[in-house]
Write a protein that binds this ligand. Structure first.
Ligand SMILES: [Zn+2]
Length: 310
């Protein structure tokens, strides 16, 4: 475990700590004196070849996952009008190479860029070349179930999800300018995740595979079994059901935008995703598909008038 305590806020009540709370009261999500500015999201790329999403709040920015190397990330950030120097931190869902390339430490040290991992992933971070140097420079931070502040004005609260041996982390980011949910590489969507992400303005969630395409693919059977297990990935149907449940647990109209991550190039097709979500026209018109090789446009997060009125 890190001996570098991160800026945790124990007085903030996490939905994970209290099953009675399904939506973080907005008054708790707006720490006084924090910087103002619009909240925006841009998925730099998503898929088994790499995942990285940039969250911008005013003049500052944060990455969720760094599944492209520093050079490729800088290039994609430049296309989005940012650079590595714009970043204030990187939050990881887990340490598979499509979510964290192990060639980041030198760049993190050069820019003094902190990285945040769940305490259960900290040992894995220390095992990569340069992990100990990050720790010694005070840049390797671990969090537990308590919310923390990875960037001024952003409160991150997390939920642990099942994926392979060490699991993955779902994030909820609350700011004065709206909230974002982020969940990828999860074998299934447990009730704790639905509660955790209920009420977010923008939801990013994976829609990884179509079962028929998976079974017809030339992939080894053991890979298919792993991907389709409770510790693998969400199918289009599972993704749709999770979004429906989160929407049903949210104030009317939320989440306003749904960004679908990590589409398999071999076992999925955009038409299959649209087909799954077409059953609910209200949700179907809110979805944005992501790509492996190209970034999305900047998606503005606008707090709902319904939520603001509460
Ligand atoms: Zn992945």
């Amino acid at each position: 475990m890190s001996d570098k305590p991160i800026n945790q806020m124990p007085l903030f009540i996490s939905p994970r700590q209290s099953s009675l709370i399904s939506v973080i009261p907005r008054k708790h999500a707006t720490p006084a004196g924090k910087p103002c500015g619009a909240l925006e999201v841009c998925v730099l790329g998503s898929g088994s070849g790499g995942n990285s999403t940039v969250i911008r709040l005013g003049e500052t920015a944060l990455l969720i996952d760094a599944g492209f190397g520093p050079r490729a990330t800088d290039k994609r950030l430049a296309e989005a009008g940012l650079s590595l120097a714009s970043l204030r931190g990187i939050c990881l869902t887990h340490l598979d190479q499509d979510h964290f390339r192990p060639n980041w430490p030198n760049t993190l040290l050069k820019f003094g860029l902190p990285i945040y991992v769940h305490v259960s992933h900290y040992a894995d971070l220390m095992r990569i070349p340069g992990g100990a140097e990050l720790r010694d420079a005070g840049l390797a931070h671990s969090y537990n179930s308590l919310p923390f502040e990875p960037m001024p004005g952003v409160t991150a609260s997390t939920v642990r999800l099942q994926h392979d041996r060490e699991g993955t982390i779902g994030y909820r980011l609350d700011t004065h300018a709206g909230s974002i949910g982020y969940a990828t590489d999860l074998g299934h969507a447990p009730p704790a995740l639905i509660q955790h992400l209920a009420g977010v303005d923008l939801l990013c969630i994976e829609s990884n595979y179509d079962p028929d395409m998976t079974l017809a693919s030339p992939r080894p059977i053991w890979i298919n079994r792993r991907n389709m297990s409770d510790s693998g990935h969400l199918s289009n149907e599972q993704s749709y059901q999770a979004v429906r449940m989160i929407s049903d647990a949210s104030p009317t109209g939320l989440p306003r935008d749904v960004v679908l991550l990590h589409r398999s190039s071999q076992c999925n097709h955009p038409a299959k995703i649209h087909e799954a979500f077409a059953r609910d026209p209200h949700l179907a018109k809110r979805i944005t598909l992501t790509e492996q090789r190209t970034r999305t446009r900047w998606l503005g997060v606008h707090p709902s008038a319904v939520v603001d009125a509460t």
